[in-house]
Design a protein around this ligand. Sequence first.
Ligand SMILES: [Zn+2]
Length: 359
Amino acid sequence: MKDFLYKKYKPKNIKDFFGHRVIKKIFNIFIKKKIFPSNFIFYGEKGTGKTTFARIFSKSIMCIKKNSCESCKSCTNFSKKIDFIEIDAASNRKVEDINKIFENVMYRPLFSNYKVYILDEVHMLSKHAFNSMLNLLENISNYVKVVMITTDIKKVPKTILSRCFKIFFKRFSYNETLLYLKTILKKENILLFNSNKSIIKYIALNSKGSLRDALVQLNYIYMLIKSKININEIKKHLDIFKNRYAYCLLDCIIKKKNLIKTVKKIIYNNINFKNIYIKILEIANKIIILKEIQIKKMFVFIKIKYKLYKNINLNCIIKLREYLIEEIYSINLVNNAENFLAGILKINYKYNKYTQGQT
Ligand SMILES: [Zn+2]
């Protein structure tokens, strides 16, 4: 049940794969024309679909009928890892490991069109292992395909990269993630009322472009909703609460009102003081970026609650950010209510003094 949604909505073929339109187009052409490069490297941040796509693509080209038919010998034996070998390079770093993994590379596939090797986290290989890989890639048979996957392409030697077809998996945008979550909710027949849509927006924003993270978080919410737990109770379990206090506190400092009342609420609700500072710092950063660059379309994910601060002076928010960073150092030393209250009062005092000088 833990990752139920993630497992349930794992795409089975390229058509069902969410997003990455250009990548899907490229691979559909490969499959249609039946001409593929021998070696691939898929790179990009975690949760962007590299490994899932590599498996789907492998199954598809290995299928001896058409596009992962699920009935041919290749498809039915896919999970038995006979012609399809997937390894985690992080735990098979040594040259001996690589040599063992590829020891049967000279034999033709038993059930499939191709023999496919997937090496996840390939940047973790040792120097000698990479040398061995290089030798393999140079002498590879046309019935073997190698898909290397990495979250850190800079650590992969150029000699390896130059022999691979490189595919970049970009992070999903806020809007794409939101659309994906809404699609899943629709399929699961879950209706969220207007006041509760903030939860989904929150997940989309905080999954930071990883659909896997977004789905795992949605899974948690899903279970709570199915258990008929009040939506306000759910919100209490989420970081969204901290976000709200951070916005509120920043608003109090900028508007110069209700500061003590808000600090009291934070203390009584036992919210981590350091996290509050970090959230305010994140919001201040977003405001500075938007004020400085002013290309909102490029930073759609930043727009949340921005309107609250559209009239704040850029110099003032930069100063406020400075004061905040000083207090993050302080709360690292003593993370308690007194230090938090003193820190906020100090920020407030310095900010007031600074803004008076600005007018
Ligand atoms: Zn098949």
